[in-house]
Design a protein around this ligand. Structure first.
Ligand code: UD1
Ligand code: MG
Length: 451
């Protein structure tokens, strides 16, 4: 079936108390709008049209990143959900197929639910997604007659009898494009809110003798995000699902509810994640790795057999080959570490390439920034960097080379060479004792003076 996705996202979202359009608030590192678009990916839509209004330019540029195939149309004034869908009319003029309408602030409709709607479309001109509401509040009520949906009545316009209905409208709707737009033409704004209600097409379809039905889903799927509190609830739902999926794929999460994942986190089976680990966007971890407690990862790749943390930070561009070890209080940014390399303690590795099996000692810093520009450090295979070495980039350390602890390395070191760049040690026999004696006398004098 040829499907166009129309996502309504023009509303302001006043209750978010935000300068940013509501649909751009993020869940797991991606705007809720991107989640909504992704939820319908399974239908393989040939067109995706986002109806934007408030924060139009921001919505457009965010989509360039998160859903570059989406087209954005403007709904200048927000006159209701039917008026919003109508904004997509021109874009879909040549389109021959079905339109599914989703809300940009309702990101968790399940794949299986959308598939059931598509199946129900075979025998019905219009399919609406409903849910049994624990608290029906101000949702539109679905007036059913057997399997037939006769009408949707908005709360503001409903009689007491209709308000007692608990089967509610999620807002998701599926219909043939030409029929949908023809019915929208017939919608009027003569209701309590003086808006063009998309929900009115149900009664219009019935008047035209078309069959309309409702498919039911779980209430959590239709969670609409209207406030920061809802946003936090949505985040929790996403995280719970994502953690469960990872565990089902064979990843061990020792304390799942302390691990934060991003919308695009990929982790291979038999990897173990200790408690309190944060995965920002763009992280892939291969099978059989160990991510130890309190580590923070974003935009990085960790290969099989590597160990990260505890208390490690992998920033964008950190690429760890197999069996690499990154230990506590180590920060890695824009750097590749070849197989078996080790940076075990208290280091900053930025803009660097570290060779296979190299060992970087405690406290080593790649001094990559001169205040204006960034420079690269390369460390050869099997090199041994002594503790507390400052590698002043640009600088290259050869294969099998060594640096003395505490060195400030400003020049390249050739293969197999030892570089020491620190003040030579001087020893003065007996001088420590003399110094102590002198100091004690000084102290005595000072305390007598104070009496
Ligand atoms: C809508 C439904 C209601 C349903 C509820 C579920 C209508 C008339 N009512 O009510 O039956 O139970 O959702 O949450 O459809 N939007 C625009 N442009 C507009 C108006 C709305 O883009 O002019 C977008 C909003 O940004 C939002 C969505 O459409 O994403 C829904 O609008 P909203 O105002 O929240 O509708 P409700 O009153 O909640
Ligand atoms: Mg709403």
């Amino acid at each position: 079936m040829n499907i166009a996705l129309v996502i309504l996202a023009a509303g302001k979202g006043t209750r978010m108390q935000s300068d940013m359009p509501k649909v751009l608030h993020q869940i797991a590192g991606a705007p809720m709008l991107a989640h909504a678009i992704r939820s319908a990916e399974v239908l393989n839509p040939s067109r995706t049209i986002v109806v934007a209004g408030h924060g139009f330019d921001d919505v457009k540029s965010s989509l360039d990143t998160f859903a570059p195939d989406a087209e954005v149309v403007l709904q200048q004034e927000q006159k209701g959900t039917a008026h919003a869908v109508d904004a997509a009319r021109d874009a879909l003029r040549e389109f021959d197929g079905d339109v599914i309408v989703l809300f940009g602030d309702t990101p968790f409709v399940r794949t299986e639910t959308l598939e059931r709607m598509v199946a129900a479309r075979q025998d019905n001109a219009v399919v609406v997604l409903g849910f049994e509401a624990a608290d029906p509040g101000k949702y539109g009520r679905l007036v059913m007659q057997g399997d037939t949906l006769e009408a949707i009545v908005e709360f503001a316009d409903a009689s007491d009898e209709q308000r007692a209905i608990t089967f509610c409208n999620s807002g998701v709707m599926l219909a043939r494009s030409d029929e949908l737009f023809s019915m929208i033409e017939a919608i009027e704004a003569n209701n309590a809110q003086e808006e063009y209600y998309l929900t009115d097409i149900v009664a219009i379809a019935r008047d035209r003798g078309l069959s309309v039905t409702a498919v039911a889903c779980d209430e959590v799927e239709t969670l609409g995000i209207n406030s920061r509190i809802h946003l936090a609830e949505a985040e929790a739902i996403f995280q719970a699902n994502a953690r469960r999926e990872l565990m089902e794929l064979g990843v061990t999460l020792q304390q799942p509810d302390t691990v934060m994942l991003s919308h695009d986190t990929v982790i291979g089976r038999d990897t173990v994640i200790e408690p309190n680990v944060y995965f920002g966007p763009g992280v892939t971890v291969e099978s059989g790795a160990l991510i130890r407690a309190f580590s923070h990862l974003e935009g990085c790749h960790v290969s099989r057999g590597s160990v990260v943390g505890p208390y490690a930070r992998l920033r964008p561009g950190a690429e760890l080959a197999e069996d690499v070890k990154i230990g506590n209080f180590v920060e890695v940014k824009n750097a590749t570490l070849d197989a078996g390399a080790k940076v075990n303690h208290l280091s900053y590795i930025g803009d660097a390439a570290i060779g296979a099996a190299a060992n970087v000692g405690a406290g080593t810093i790649t001094c990559n920034y001169d205040g204006v520009m960034k420079h690269r450090t390369t460390i050869g295979a099997n090199a041994f960097i002594g503790s507390n070495t400052m590698l002043v980039a640009p600088v290259n350390i050869g294969n099998g080379a060594m640096t003395g602890s505490g060195s400030v390395i400003t020049k390249d070191v050739e293969d197999d060479a030892l570089a020491i760049a620190r003040a030579p040690q001087v020893s003065k026999p007996g001088l420590a004792r003399k110094m102590f004696d002198l100091l004690k006398v000084k102290k005595q004098k000072a305390s007598r003076g104070g009496e």
